[in-house]
Design a protein around this ligand. Structure first.
Ligand SMILES: C[S@@+](CC[C@H](N)C(=O)[O-])C[C@H]1O[C@@H](n2cnc3c(N)ncnc32)[C@H](O)[C@@H]1O
Length: 294
């Protein structure tokens, strides 16, 4: 039987080459700026040799899953500043059966009413495993898989218009569980990477993008958005890690602001299919920058 979820699904018109069919990329959350569609274009940019791997803006973890297939023996260190997201990874890694059981329950109860009951729930009253299952459930049933919270940190995305949302694929969660074994997970701000990374470690940075126009980008992944100052602080961290001898790859918008911030480095262009308007019904190919220090 054809294993659909175990293959990278990419819009064929932007593929230069077919991706390696044996590579399993079981992303289990739908994430703004997800990199699954870019993996075949990224292949040639990954360093041929490195020591440990760090991904400080993890999101759905497409690049991590891809590299873990290629280098199962290496040390992987994954982080994000979204504690609910990292909590999900912890349960996929450590309590597969418990999480699947809860997810099946959420799936069987899914309705508009149930969505809003879950969305409006006080998360302080939930156990960590309930938070993880609720997070995946809301992610797969909300509008466009967006993660957006209000100023009080409360998830506030409306329900999506899916007839029959899949919510989760058991196969993907099981594959993700396997690939996450031996991996270190941490909720942290990207700056903290400075305290961990050593020479010859490879770090892939995928921050919220600098917007191409004031309305073109959704940068509010957590209660605080990623500002121009954050982009500048990130560029400073990039410079520091470069001096330290780390191997660095960073994605961002192909904008003058970003090209200037990283003008000391090699800048490549890739082509991604992205939402091109704010109501979410337009998609188009757009150039994105990949910044490398090797
Ligand atoms: C563009 S997404 C990453 C997408 C990911 N590469 C994928 O394939 O799905 C950016 C991520 O950065 C996280 N983030 C935002 N601000 C951060 C910060 N200051 N420190 C660490 N992570 C942050 C968000 O929670 C989000 O998951």
């Amino acid at each position: 039987m054809k294993n659909e979820t175990s293959q990278i699904q990419l819009p064929s018109e932007i593929l230069l080459e077919k991706p390696n069919k044996n590579i399993i990329v079981p992303t289990f959350v739908k994430w703004a700026g997800g990199k699954t569609q870019l993996l075949s274009q990224f292949e040639k940019f990954f360093p041929p040799q490195f020591n440990r791997y760090y991904e400080p803006f993890l999101g759905s973890g497409a690049v991590f899953f891809y590299l873990k297939n290629l280098y199962p023996e290496k040390e992987f260190f994954l982080s994000d500043n979204n504690p609910e997201l990292i909590n999900c990874y912890e349960f996929v890694k450590n309590d597969l059966e418990g999480l699947l059981e809860l997810l099946r329950e959420y799936r069987s109860k899914h309705s508009k009413e149930y969505y809003y009951t879950q969305r409006n729930m006080d998360t302080n009253n939930l156990s960590k495993i309930e938070s993880a299952a609720r997070f995946i459930y809301l992610n797969k049933t909300c509008f466009n898989g967006l993660f957006r919270v209000n100023s009080k940190g409360k998830f506030n995305v409306p329900i999506g218009s899916y007839k029959n949302p899949s919510i989760f694929k058991e196969k993907d969660i099981i594959e993700a569980h396997k690939l996450l074994q031996d991996v270190t997970l941490k909720t942290m701000l990207f700056e903290e990477i400075i305290n961990f990374a050593l020479p010859d470690d490879f770090i892939y940075f995928d921050p919220p993008y600098y917007p191409l126009s004031p309305t073109s980008s959704f940068t509010s992944y957590t209660s605080t958005s990623f500002s121009e100052k954050d982009q500048q602080r990130l560029a400073k961290v990039y410079h520091q890690l470069d001096k330290k001898g780390c191997l660095l790859m960073l994605s961002n918008s192909y904008s003058n602001f970003i090209l200037e911030l990283y003008s000391d480095y090699r800048i490549e262009k890739v082509s991604a299919k992205r939402m091109i308007n704010c109501n979410g019904n337009g998609r188009g190919a757009i150039a994105e920058a990949v910044i490398l220090n090797y």
